[in-house]
Design a protein around this ligand. Sequence first.
Ligand code: SF4
Length: 476
Amino acid sequence: MENTLAQDTKGKYFIKTFGCQMNMHDTDRMASLLVTEGYNPAEQIEDADLVIFNSCSIRDKSEQKAYSSMGLLKKDGKKKNPNLKIGFAGCVAQQDKKEVFQGAPHLDFVMGTDSIDQLPEILYRLNHGEEKIMQVGFDPSNDYSIETKVLPGKSTAFVNIMKGCDNFCTYCIVPFTRGREKSRRLEEIVQDVKRLALLGIVEITLLGQNVNSYGKSLGGKKVGQTFPALLIALQKMADEMEANGTTHPRGEGGRPKGIQRIRYTTSHPKDFDEEMIDCHANLNRLVPHLHLPVQSGSPTVLKKMKRYVPIELYKARLAELRRRVPGIAITTDLIVGFPTETEEDFEQTLDLVKQVEFDSLYAYMYSARPGTAALSLGDPILDQEKKRRHAILSEVQAEIQARKNTEQVGKVEEVLCEGESKTNANLATGRTAGWRIVNFSLEGSDLKPSQLEGRILPVKITDANTYALKGELSLL
Ligand code: SF4
């Protein structure tokens, strides 16, 4: 977590984040609250007066990682800095509650996923003598109203449109760690994004565990609170801002560029319908990228996961989407080694991957989670077998992905620059609208990669491998 505000402060903070975009967004929110409170970011954990571990419990491994990271401060963290305060947040905190304190005498507070906005109050209480604070309740009201926080200088923002999930897929812990589904009002989100546009944000990612069921807690279709309605309203708002001269597509005349790209994550195959395909075909600010986690290609496994959608329907919808939005990137998530997965089930997953030809995918090995329905099925597939299936799947996908990336060579892509490449300081890095990573040179320009952060630039693609594209700046 890095930012650059410097003020007279209460101290320095460091947040170590594990897990998904939802957690990264929660970290941004905590950071923003802390900056408002007068804290400054620390470059490294050793320099901080406040350390928060934002944990993830989606898999046993990620949970253990969060616990062991926190354990590293146990021995001498407070010896070195007697003022040090340590907090444990996120899904593991929500799941394990006061158990987190066991064996962690150095820990000052445990903060659940629905308590982030109470962080300043928790710190106030700690600074006034309270010890071992546990804040893990869910907000019982049906309302969900927030303002998106962004740190100064940012060009992208995550916008929570809803929280929680009512789907209860049998392997998933999220409904237990994030609670039941609640949506923010459409009008509030549009106003929030308008404000972000004026702050210089050019790309937003609408976040929800299942964005397609956005609005159900508010009355849904009957009252015009649906996900397609939200996408249309955001496009309209961004178009109007541009038409009224409030923003400018290239940021000229001192005006911000406005919202150029709208992303969303995550979607559920059962809800990805014709209306969503229409949105992708008709809304030019909605990026040509769909992340649609299918989890398995086997109908038997999908039924056991409580995620049954006919595979033929899934494929037909993706084919229709590709017909209406040529070149759209389609990505997915897959789980291998679900307790009942046979070799034949796994083969069906491989067939699906070969037929759909995803632009990229995230493959996970099944991990049994406490409290979930799948726990009763045991975890009979040995790690070694899970690893074997994972390796086969990765190999099949790598071949498809390398080929699809190579097809990009010669094209000029619009790349939102994220600054310097992590592996080569002479190269800039960024993402295409279709979510491909591009590392590109700035030959012929005096600018440094860091100066281009937040700009959308034309980049000629010159080379590709399985994971990224290479290119050169086309013009400035
Ligand atoms: S849709 Fe299923 S996998 Fe996604 S968060 Fe909800 S329960 Fe978990």
